[in-house]
Design a binder for this molecule. Structure first.
Ligand code: PLP
Length: 395
């Protein structure tokens, strides 16, 4: 098997090259000449079967070490396609606590209305899971690293549990990316990712993907063909371009995040830091065993709580205060004010999302520049220094 850097450039490329082009050209055509194919095989962009979609599907399958893959219009399109293809009215699914907000929204609103129910698992307590399985339980759904506390579930037990109880195991691998973890190789049935994040990596498009066995991915594709969540060809082109540097980007981001996490965890103004590289991280040994790299996502809490967090966010200069993650530009956000704002303070408290928690998607800036920016903002926050107006290009 080739190295991930090589696969990110070449896996699934057509041979001979299309018109000799080294890069897959953009097929900006909604429809293609009919040659007597069946409905799901006619060339039509919504059916995700242009050359741009097909190259990407093969490349992502190779990166995920899965038999097959597909690309979708967004991470949520991929997740909706997976859950709609797996579940029917009356079915039940077991999910990890503290899921991505869009996924909980789908479960709590649309799927509940369609007669699909769920229960929440404690991802660190496999002994408690069997008692939660019902006659109508069909699937178990987890995330590799949770948002925003970056916790790592007992993933090996999830696979064993799903097999033992005949459940389909589904994992959202967005925070890890296939550079850190390839769930299909560990036995997960279906892998979803928001390609908006690390796979594309440039904060400039929305996309998603699903990987797994050819049979399972085919069923998801049929659902997506009906739901209409296809990716536009130009976005396919950009995603293919973004993928080329995936491994290089994620390794740099992981190394920077580990360096910043180590500095912050020794800083007097910081109460706690969550990053898999830290010996204090509760699942550090599991992370060292399962992950190829620590990942670029971290979160931390200032001792001064909400007020200090707001003051700090007003003083960082390099990271943009914005939702999303995994891109070239560092992004920083207070989850209680953004993704988790829909939860009550009590619910947030139970899931560990305190008002002062800050989530940091470490980007591709120079590590020392980012560290200096963060430490400078902490110093100014402690001193209560006045906010300086940012100058254009002052970064
Ligand atoms: N899964 C996770 C873990 C996410 O963080 C996100 C978005 O933030 C999604 C899925 C949804 O992805 P998209 O915004 O591409 O639909």
């Amino acid at each position: 098997m080739k190295q991930i850097e090589t696969k990110a450039l070449h896996a699934g490329s057509p041979r001979p090259r299309i018109g000799g082009a080294v890069v897959t050209p953009v097929f900006q055509s909604s429809t293609f000449e009919y040659h007597g194919e069946d409905y799901h095989d006619v060339g039509y962009m919504r059916l995700s079967n242009t050359p741009n979609h097909e190259v990407l599907a093969r490349r992502i399958a190779a990166l995920e070490e899965a038999e097959s893959a597909l690309v979708a219009a967004s991470g949520m399109a991929a997740i909706s396609g997976v859950l709609v293809s797996l579940l029917s009215a009356g079915d039940h699914v077991l999910v990890q606590d503290c899921l991505y907000g869009g996924t909980s929204g789908l479960l709590n609103n649309d799927l509940r209305r369609l007669g699909i129910t769920y229960d929440v698992l404690d991802p660190q307590a496999p002994g408690t899971w069997p008692a939660q399985v019902r006659e109508n339980t069909r699937a178990v759904y987890v995330e590799t690293l949770t948002n925003p506390l970056i916790q790592l579930a007992d993933l090996e037990s999830v696979v064993a549990f799903a097999r033992e109880h005949g459940l389909v195991s589904v994992i959202d691998n967005t925070f890890a990316s296939p550079v850190a973890f390839r769930p299909a190789a560990h036995g997960f049935d279906l892998v979803v990712e928001s390609c908006t994040k690390y796979l594309n990596g440039h904060n400039d498009l929305i996309a998603g993907c699903v990987a797994g066995s050819a049979e399972r991915v085919r069923k998801v594709k049929l659902a997506l063909d009906h739901l209409g969540g296809c990716l536009d060809s130009h976005a396919c082109f950009l995603l293919e371009r973004g993928l080329k540097t995936l491994a290089l980007r994620v390794r740099h981001q992981s190394a920077s995040a580990a360096r910043i996490a180590a500095e912050l965890s020794a800083h007097p103004a910081i109460a706690v830091v969550h990053h898999p590289s830290l010996p204090s991280y509760p699942q550090h040994r599991r992370a060292a065993r399962l992950l190829d790299t620590w990942g670029g996502m971290m979160s931390f809490e200032l001792k001064g709580g909400l007020e200090a967090a707001e003051a700090f966010l007003a003083r960082v200069r390099l990271p943009a205060v914005a939702a999303s993650l995994g891109g070239a530009e560092s992004l920083i956000v207070r989850p209680a004010a953004a993704v988790h704002s829909g939860l009550s303070p009590e619910e947030r408290g139970r899931s560990g999302v305190t008002d002062g928690l800050i989530r940091f998607s470490v980007g591709l800036e120079g590590t020392e520049d980012l560290l200096a920016d963060v430490l400078g903002a902490l110093r100014d926050t402690s001193r209560g220094a006045d906010l300086a107006a940012p100058e254009a290009g002052s970064e």
